[in-house]
Structures are given as C-alpha cells and as structure tokens.
Design a protein around this ligand. Structure first.
Ligand code: GRF
Length: 202
C-alpha cells in the first residue's frame, strides 16, 4: 500500500476527535502529519483547532458553492492540492460526493458512536444515538470506524470497540464515556491503517 501519511479532515463542529488525532501526531504516537481541515460550517470549533496547530483551514459549503457538483469537485481539488493521502471524517454532517469518493477510493474513513449497523443512517447522530440505546435498554453500545461510501454509515466496517452501558446511565453520561473511547480508538485504528496492520482495499 502506498504511504498514508498526510491526513486531511472534514469536520462540522466541535472537533474533539480532530484534536485527539492532532495531539497524537504531535506526541509522535501517530506517524502521520495532519495538514488540512475542511468544514461546511464557518464557525466550527474544528477550524479553530486546526488553525491553532498550523493546519490549513478551508470553509466549503453550499453557500460558497451552490452547485453540489462544483462543491464536490472543489473539495477533491483542495484535498489533492494539499497532497492529502487519507480523508478523515471527524463529526462531518454531510454526505460525501461521488467526485471525492472517486479521488480517494477506500481512503475516506469515518467514526460513528454506535456499533453499526445498529443506530446508523440518516438522522442517527449525536444524542439521538445514545438516547435510542438507552430507550432500547441495550447493555452494550460502542464505536465503529468504517470506510465511507455514498450512503450514511453503510461503508465497510474496519474496526469496532464495545462500550458497556452502566446501570444508571442516561444519554449524557453514555455520550461522554463513548466520546472518550472514540478519541483513543480513532488514534489506535489510524495507527493500524498507517502501519498496514489494517489493510484498506486497493
Ligand atoms: C463524534 O461522536 C463522532 O463519532 C461523530 O460525530 C461526533 C463528533 O464529535 N461522527 P467531535 O466533533 O469530534 O467532537
């Protein structure tokens, strides 16, 4: 597999997963260089976090590019311009267009705070997921890292990490425990992808 060292990110909000990955790279726990954050939200904390650590930051949305194909094309061009090898979704709330998927085949990955295929798909994000887990009375939830395709949360699963639902958990306590696992697990799985332990399809 060719090297997957230059990391590009798509993020819409808080960017705590982005931060965990940047920190791991800065501490040499991850042998990679984060280079670019693209956001569809000009006020995303993720853009500020990227800028604070010297990453290029770009705002691209239907406001900047009303035509969906143009937006998709510009996104691919921007990742290419920065020589990004691997596109990492970190709380990105939009679908990925065909041009970007074609430019980065099996090289776009996402993290989702449930054990997919449970609690995935359109509308299943943020607290909705954890509320549904609690409402169902599940004893276990978790984190999934998967390849991205043209359907929400349906790409090939690369790795999963279970998280126990404790008696007395509500959606908020569960969400914060799952998020902590996400930060650690995203870095661990990325390390395995970068060192070839987890093989992305060619
Ligand atoms: C995380 O729970 C991630 O799994 C999901 O969106 C959330 C993003 O959080 N895709 P943050 O922006 O990384 O803090």
């Amino acid at each position: 597999m060719s090297e997957l060292k230059r990391l590009g990110f798509l993020a819409s909000g808080r960017g705590s997963n982005l931060q965990a990955i940047i920190d791991a790279c800065e501490k040499n726990e991850l042998d990679a260089t984060p280079v670019l954050v693209i956001s569809n939200n000009p006020n995303a904390q993720a853009l500020q976090r990227g800028a604070d650590h010297g990453l290029a930051t770009v705002y691209l949305s239907r406001q900047t590019h009303p035509d969906a194909h143009e937006l998709d094309r510009e996104m691919s061009r921007t990742f290419r311009k920065h020589d990004v090898d691997l596109v990492i979704l970190a709380g990105y709330m939009k679908k990925i267009g065909p041009e970007l998927l074609a430019a980065y085949p099996s090289r776009v990955i996402n993290i989702h705070p449930s054990l997919l295929p449970r609690y995935g798909g359109q509308g299943m994000y943020g607290m909705y997921i954890h509320e549904a887990v609690i409402a169902a009375g599940d004893e276990e939830t978790g984190v999934t890292i998967h390849l991205v395709n043209d359907e929400y949360d349906r790409g090939k699963i690369l790795a999963q990490c279970p998280v126990r639902v404790e008696p007395g958990d509500d959606a908020a306590t569960l969400a914060s425990r799952v998020l902590e696992v996400e930060h650690r697990f995203y870095v661990e799985v990325l390390e395995k992808i970068i060192n070839g332990e987890i093989c992305l399809p060619e």
